[in-house]
Design a protein. Structure first.
Length: 321
């Protein structure tokens, strides 16, 4: 979906939000909120980057040179804000980040994977997030063995072929993996996400953009059953003509899958961002004196639906169904 002369140029890396963006566009919510949004979806790991990993690839530099707005993982957003003049202008929580092993593997929990290679995309969220999550589960630095396997379909093949003992993936590959008869889930954790912008857009335009997305979120959440078939179509399109997903039992998926509620986009969650920043400082991914800016002008009033705004302080983290 492309508009000319947009107020906000948005590149987004999370698959689930393709549905939200499509609904917001189809129902005219951006227009209603007075915003012209240029929306695009990209898949990290499919681009060519120099460097060893997300820390030194500076992949966002290749996304656009026009000061556009990006929806990225919170770890990348913190690094991005610390190294550039970007601000974090929104927070939200995505679905799960899941670790799979082969169905016949003896591993039952993440603790069983100490010292065993895990396939991840080193140029995206997993380079940071899996390391932090594994440490939080009690694994020491020497216990964590991360190997780069860029695209998710390559990871599915790699774990089945025994090239790695486990893989970490995001949606849509979480759902595809849960219905893959050759895989077994041994861990799930939250994928925290943020929206950043190089140049602070007009506050009313940014608030209008977030409000339009949240109107779509509310529509989907009010009719989860009605949107389930559409989401399954997105999953089927993602898996189509890719042999890596031949073991996915789509018949069972269609019978059992239930679309879960989306959490709304909100003003930057500074407490959560500070925790991510502290961890990244400890690891040397963010300088000690780094200024991680947030958009103070953005408030939840007018962005969150009334019922969400009232319960914001008690908002739960996204969890598995």
């Amino acid at each position: 979906m492309v508009y000319s002369m947009s107020d906000l140029n948005i590149s987004h890396e999370y698959f689930t939000w393709k549905l939200v963006q499509d609904v917001a566009e189809e129902k005219g919510y951006f227009e209603d909120e007075g915003v012209e949004a240029d929306l695009s979806y990209f898949a990290p790991g499919t681009q060519d980057f120099e460097g060893e990993n997300a820390f030194d690839a500076d992949w966002w530099d290749d996304m656009d040179e026009d000061g556009g707005t990006h929806g990225v993982c919170e770890w990348n957003a913190v690094q991005e804000a610390s190294e550039t003049d970007r601000d974090i202008v929104g927070s939200y929580s995505e679905w799960d980040r899941v670790v799979f092993v082969r169905d016949d593997d003896d591993a039952e929990t993440i603790d069983d994977l100490r010292g065993r290679p895990m396939g991840i995309n080193k140029y995206a969220t997993s380079f940071y997030s899996m390391r932090e999550m594994l440490e939080n589960e009690g694994l020491e630095e020497d216990d964590i063995v991360l190997e780069h396997v860029g695209e998710a379909e390559e990871r599915f093949e790699a774990v089945k072929d025994g090239e790695v003992d486990s893989i970490a993936v995001l949606e849509p590959f979480v759902t595809l993996g849960r219905y893959d008869e050759e895989l077994k889930e041994v861990f799930d954790g939250p994928c925290r996400a943020a929206i950043t912008t190089r140049e602070q857009p007009e506050p009313e335009k940014l608030e209008g953009f977030l409000a339009a997305l949240n109107r779509a979120v509310a529509d989907i959440n009010d009719d989860l059953e009605g949107y389930t078939d559409r989401y399954i179509e997105l999953l089927e399109d993602e898996a189509a003509d890719k042999p890596a997903f031949d073991d996915v039992n789509f018949e069972r998926l269609r019978e059992e899958f239930e679309l879960r509620e989306f959490l709304p986009v909100r003003a930057p969650d500074e407490e959560r961002i500070d925790a991510t920043t502290d961890w990244m400082r400890d690891k040397g991914f963010v300088p000690d004196d780094a200024d991680v800016g947030t958009a103070e002008e953005v408030e939840n009033e007018g962005v969150l639906p009334d019922d969400e705004a009232e319960s914001e302080e008690d908002e739960p983290e996204a969890t598995a169904d």
